[in-house]
Design a protein around this ligand. Structure first.
Ligand code: NAI
Ligand code: MG
Length: 368
């Protein structure tokens, strides 16, 4: 079977790191056959054509592709008439309601004491990001309000996704055995991140919805449900940040509403050295889109300096979620080997290698 992947490099370093990821996929032993379909998206495309995400791109993704990869978009920080972020629209159009972000250190590097191997599962459709804001003139100046929406449906759905992620990680760990990034020895665990001591209605609903996925599973099978091997835990978001910095190794899978998830996942990324190594996948029930966490990095774009690892790991993550754990594991391991060896690292990791040299070292490690 040929896997059809829609490829949207979009802007800036996306055009350098996405092709690198594509070549790594092609070079991975045991990977399926791929057909890569280049698709237009991004701010530059908007400047040329007036559309940051052409209808045709969405149509091809929906009708022809099995999965997709997105590079990075240069969203302007001021409002540009007619422009809206293609990534936000893609998540909506393809119903990619979960943003799944592994943050993984590499054993045997100087960051060992800050070792972490966690996955943040962020709800992607609601919370404060429904952008329902108002501004009024009050008696003592302006008053701004934002509505935060938490629904049982979205919270239950993300809760179920988090347990599935924990389950898949447990299986992958068993497959991987010792010696690479997915082998942390601890029982699978899902930590619900919330602030329901203060926001007892909204965060309360998030918390009980996630918990009820677990509880219903346990009850339905008389204690031997699908998630029986997973521990359920919870953490208030503020102390979550504290613990993430002090003892990151205690977290396995963390599930969070949109805003908290956004913040803690960027914070966690700081613990592994560079944005240039952190991957993600946007997930729905049957469609997945890999995406490096970083942006278009205009400061280094076009100089063959960008770290391709975030994109390469995102490609592996996409394979993993599309049901190909073995080639995904090979890619994770090759990346870890190259980081551990330390000879082909880009400047963000204090190396002197180019994007191409880093990619070549990973391909060499894959096929060695
Ligand atoms: P950024 O992630 O592009 O860059 C932040 C810093 O990290 C820069 O110094 C950059 O050189 C460095 N960096 C990022 N990725 C790297 C890599 N692969 N290798 C080496 N160094 C890397 O974030 P910034 O500067 O805040 O935003 C730049 C543009 O990217 C903006 O237009 C922003 O809207 C957009 N952006 C897009 C995202 C997306 O496509 N999902 C996410 C974040 C920002
Ligand atoms: Mg963010």
């Amino acid at each position: 079977r040929v896997l059809k992947l829609g490829m949207m490099p979009a802007d800036g370093i996306g055009r350098e790191v996405l092709p690198a990821a594509q070549r790594v996929l092609q070079a991975t032993p045991g990977a399926p056959q791929f057909q890569f379909i280049p698709l237009a998206a991004g701010f530059e495309h908007f400047q040329k054509t007036g559309s940051a995400l052409p209808e045709e791109t969405v149509r091809i993704l929906k009708e022809e592709c099995d999965g997709a990869m997105f590079g990075s978009v240069s969203s302007p920080s001021h409002k540009v008439e007619g422009y809206s972020s293609p990534i936000v629209k893609l998540r909506k159009e393809l119903d990619l309601y979960a943003n799944i972000r592994p943050v993984v250190g590499v054993r045997g590097t100087k960051d060992d004491e800050k070792w972490l191997d966690t996955v943040i599962v962020r709800e992607n459709t609601e919370c404060l990001y429904i952008k329902s804001e108002t501004l009024e003139q009050g008696p003592h100046g302006q008053v701004a309000r934002a509505i935060r929406q938490i629904t049982e449906k979205a919270s239950t759905r993300i809760g179920r996704k988090a347990f599935e992620v924990a389950l898949a990680r447990q299986q992958l760990r068993e497959k991987a055995g010792q010696g690479n990034a997915v082998n942390q020895v601890q029982p699978a665990k899902v930590t619900v991140c919330h602030k329901s001591n203060v926001l007892s209605v909204t965060d309360g609903l998030f918390r009980t919805s996630v918990r009820s996925v677990f509880e219903k599973d346990a009850i339905s099978a008389g204690g031997a449900g699908r998630y029986a091997g997973i521990a359920l835990d919870e953490q208030l978001v503020d102390s979550m940040v504290y613990r993430l910095f002090r003892e990151p190794h205690v977290f396995d899978v963390v599930v969070a509403p949109n805003l908290y998830g956004d913040i803690i996942s960027d914070g966690a990324a700081a613990l592994v050295g560079s944005l240039g190594v952190v991957s993600s996948v946007n997930a729905g029930d049957s469609f997945f889109m890999g995406e490096p966490v970083h942006g278009s990095a205009p400061d280094i774009a076009g100089q063959n300096k960008a770290n391709p690892i975030a994109s390469i790991r995102s490609a592996a993550l996409l394979l993993e979620y599309m049901g190909y754990p073995d080639p995904a594991l090979r890619i994770y391991k090759a990346v870890d080997d190259v980081i551990r060896e330390g000879k082909a690292l880009t400047p963000d990791l204090r190396g002197v290698a180019t994007t191409s040299e880093c990619e070549a070292a990973i391909i060499k490690a894959l096929t060695a």
